[in-house]
Every structure is written in C-alpha cells, then in structure tokens.
Ligand binder design. Structure first.
Ligand code: ATP
Ligand code: MG
Length: 413
C-alpha cells in the first residue's frame, strides 16, 4: 500500500474531548474516526487491526468446537419479555418503537435470540453439546463513554453460547474456554489475569473475568503475589497487604481492563424460554447453558493502552496493520525503496510504503505514531544498505538490499 494513497492521514491533534490514550493515539494515527461519544468508525488501518483481533478470536473459538453464526442486532420486545429482561435492561438497552405500536430493542447481548434459534431445532440429547458463536456489534446505552474503544455505546463483541445435557459437561467446556481465552489475549499481546467476579443477577456462582493489567484500567482487582488467586474488588473484601485466602501470601490491588468474561448460566434461559431436549429415556430436560464474551474493539483499545510510548503506538506483531513500514527518506534512494517494495509484495509481505513527498522527520515521526511493528528505513546514511528497526526498539540493525526479505521473514516467524 502506498502511503500517499492511504485514507486517514495522521493528525497533529486528537479530536477535542478525547482523554484516553487509545482514543488520542488511534485518532491521531488515522485508525479511527469519532462519530460521537462511544461510537467510532474504523478507517483502513484501524479496520485491519480489528479484523486481525476478530480472526484470532475466531480461530481459538473454532479450536474449542465453536461454530460461527450471525444474528440480528434488531430484536423484538416480545422475545425479551420471555426472560423478563426487557424491564431489567431498560436503562442500558436502546428500546424504541417501529411502525405502528411494535417495539424493538438493539442487542445488548444475545441470549434471547440464540435460545430462540436453538429451541426451534434441538430435540434430543444427541444434539448436545452445542457451541455457537458470533462476532457482531452490541449496543449499550453506557453512562460513561469517555474511554475511546474501551467503552463503546456500539462495540464489537464475540459471544459464544454453549448448550449441555449435564452440569459436568458445562463444567468441562468452561474449563476448556479458560485456556482458549488466555491464548487469545496472549496472541494479542495482552497479559490476562483470570479473576473471579459476580456471576450476574441470576446466580450466586462467580463468573470469570479476564483482566488485562494497566494503570489506565477502570477495574480494580485483588491478586496474590504467590498464587493465581484473583478477585474483582466488586466482590472482594480483601485490601492490599491482606493474607490470600488460598495460600497465605500477600494480596495487592491492581488496576486493569476487563477484556473478557465467561459465565455459567445454568437453566435460567432454558427455563424461561422452554429450551428442552429429550434425554435417553425420552424424558424432557432443560438445557444447561454457558456464555462467553470478548470485546475485540475493547481489546484493540487495551492493546494501545498497554503498548504505547510518548511517540505513539507500538503494535505487537500479531496485530500490526502492516508487517513492514517502508520509509524512503532520501530522494536519491527512491529506486532502492521501490525495489524493496516490489520484493516484499512478491513475497506476500504486507507493506505500507511511505512514498510521500515529506521530510525525513515527518515520515519518521508518523511511522512512530502509527506503530507498525517493523520499520525499514531507506536513507543516505546507510549508503546502499537499509536500516531496520522494530517499533519497540528491541531489534535493529543494518542490512544489505538483498537480505531484506529474509530479515522480515525472520522477525515474523
Ligand atoms: P463492563 O463491566 O466493563 O461494563 P460488562 O461486564 O458489562 O462490561 P460483558 O457483558 O461481560 O461486559 O461483555 C463481555 C465483554 O464485552 C467484556 O468483557 C468486554 O470485553 C466487552 N464489552 C462490554 N461492554 C463494552 C463496551 N461498552 N465497550 C466495549 N467493549 C465492551
Ligand atoms: Mg463482564
């Protein structure tokens, strides 16, 4: 991709009113455009990153048996009345009238719709277990939508729903979902702490949140310095320095972002909506459910909160919108830069080529702001050679023209 043609130029200033690192940096670097508080468009660079996160999520959900579907965001009131949640969620759900007197809501979540789909098709225990997921936008009338992609009023969510014939089967699947989630966050360059949290209004059991530690997080969690004990302060009575109830070690308080949350739903929705199956003896039984959410757009914002410096974004290599940012900073070496550009394209290496007529300073600053994982700099200083450096600063050096493809491949494998 030629940067001179790229839609979404870098901006000197973030839009007024943006206070979070992720919104400021992603706006300035040309990844997102703010429509209003809590609603962002993804520009070409931004959409590439979001799609990469969604693809990682998709791969890991398929690896634990998830089948992808896609459900409507526009939903009828009657369905939500079956579970009583039309009332329960009315603060957070966008609810409105359509033609005539018909009322609709925009999906805050999809339990009602998925149960409706499954109850029409599920008959016997042989149809179980079943794991369905989608990656789709959710709508929530959030009171605080000031943290960019971390808290959208419209945001991307992956929601998986699992259906089981026994509590044990749900338990087993739940225990598989935890490492699958950890793998997702690891691939996205985020540390994730499995944290006990409230199970919601319908259960006394805990749910499990995946918390990415960062001083910019809105959540606070208690963790143990010795073992894996961790609880959200929403349910935890311990204070920093207290004894860990699990191992006796000391606990501490950490700020973090909730990037994922998984729940055992039990029979709440199947009971309310009549989702049953016939067991081996032909007896009707309620289906036992679990649900598993991740916000890909929140993950994108979180990655920027965790991985940035005073110059800009520092994308981890799995999320970088392009693998290479090729910077031609000397007119005399235009031919060399163009040759490398063609060589990389031939090898199917995603490259953004800064071919603009701008000063070296502007190009280098923009590259640091945009944060593509690997920069290749074609300038006078290196004579007929090329300087490479990873945005994180970990890896750098000078290589010959014909070593470029190999060097890039080495970094990405
Ligand atoms: P929070 O407590 O932060 O409001 P939640 O507990 O209501 O979130 P869930 O219903 O558990 O969120 O949603 C599953 C996942 O969807 C969350 O773990 C998070 O990654 C993402 N998510 C939830 N709300 C938002 C939002 N407003 N903007 C972006 N992502 C969100
Ligand atoms: Mg949650």
């Amino acid at each position: 991709m030629l940067q001179s043609k790229l839609f979404g130029k870098t901006l000197r200033e973030a839009p007024r009113g943006e206070v979070s690192n992720n919104a400021i940096l992603l706006s300035r670097a040309g990844y997102i455009d703010k429509l209003m508080a809590g609603a962002y468009s993804y520009l070409p660079l931004g959409y590439k990153v979001l799609a990469k996160i969604q693809q990682i999520v998709r791969e890991e959900m398929e690896a634990i048996g998830g089948q992808e579907i896609y459900m409507p965001a526009l939903q009828p009131k009657e369905l939500w009345q079956e579970t009583g949640r039309w009332e329960v969620l009315k603060e957070i759900m966008f609810q409105f009238k359509g033609r005539g007197d018909k009322e609709f809501g925009l999906a805050t979540t999809h339990e009602e719709v998925i149960v409706d789909i499954v109850r029409k098709r599920l008959t016997s225990y042989r149809d179980l277990p079943l794991h369905l997921f989608q990656i789709q936008d959710k709508f929530r009338n959030e009171p605080r939508a000031k943290s960019g992609l971390l808290r959208g009023r419209e945001f991307s969510m992956k929601d998986l729903y699992s259906f089981h014939a026994s509590q044990k089967d749900l338990e087993d699947y739940y225990q598989k979902a935890i490492p699958a989630y950890q793998k997702i966050f690891k691939r996205c360059g985020l540390q994730s702490i499995v944290t006990e949290a409230s199970g919601g209004v319908f259960t006394k059991e805990f749910s499990h949140e995946f918390q990415a530690p960062t001083p910019y997080g809105e959540d606070e969690i208690i963790t143990c310095e010795l073992c894996d004990f961790s609880q959200n302060t929403e349910i935890c009575k311990l204070k920093e320095g207290d004894k860990c109830p699990k191992c006796g070690g000391k606990v501490k308080l950490t700020k973090s972002i909730e990037v994922g949350n998984i729940f055992k739903l039990g029979c709440k929705y199947s009971a309310d909506m009549g989702l049953t199956y016939a067991d081996e003896s032909g007896k009707k039984q309620e289906v036992i459910m679990g649900c598993y959410g991740i916000g890909p757009s929140r993950v994108m914002g979180s990655v920027v909160e965790v991985h940035h410096d005073d110059k800009g974004i520092v994308w981890p290599k799995n999320l970088t919108p392009y693998h290479v940012h090729l910077l031609q900073i000397s007119d005399k070496r235009k031919k060399d830069a163009e040759k490398i550009y063609q060589d990389l394209i031939k090898q199917n290496i995603a490259v953004l080529y800064d071919d603009r007529e701008e000063s070296a300073g502007v190009k280098l600053n923009d590259a640091d702001l945009i944060g593509i994982n690997l920069q290749l700099i074609v300038g006078d200083k290196t004579k007929d050679k090329i300087e490479y450096r990873t945005r994180s600063g970990k890896d750098r050096g000078i290589i010959k023209m014909d070593e470029v493809v190999k060097a890039v491949e080495k970094i990405y494998h």
